[in-house]
Design a protein. Structure first.
Length: 118
């Protein structure tokens, strides 16, 4: 099984980025997909999760109203649209997958760097 993130980069404050995570090797539609991030010197923190297209996604308070998580089960992909980016959003962003009945993540991607700076 594999998760591969892409779409990170350098963006100015107030800008936007769209992260993608391509999944393979497991039954994507059966898994909760999440985005986490880790800033230098800080612990990894949860950003957002999506169970399935029929359920409302959930967000950390720090990104609510600015970030949107979505998934395409036909493409085995999950996305994170990030708008109104702030310097404090700078981090390595990871996607993770866990079974709906579990709290433990089975799979993680390698991460993609997002840097918000002028």
């Amino acid at each position: 099984a594999q998760l591969v993130e892409s779409g990170g980069g350098l963006v100015q404050p107030g800008g936007s980025l769209r992260l993608s995570c391509a999944a393979s090797g497991f039954i994507f539609s059966s898994y909760v997909m999440s985005w986490y991030r880790q800033a230098p010197g800080k612990e990894r923190e949860w950003v957002a999760s999506t169970i399935s297209p029929g359920y409302s996604p959930t967000y950390a308070n720090s990104v609510k109203g600015r970030f949107t998580i979505s998934r395409d089960n036909a493409k085995n992909a999950v996305y994170l649209q990030m708008n109104s980016l702030k310097p404090e959003d700078t981090a390595v962003y990871y996607c993770g997958a866990r079974e709906r009945s579990s709290t433990r993540y089975d799979y993680w991607g390698q991460g993609t760097q997002v840097t918000v700076s002028s």
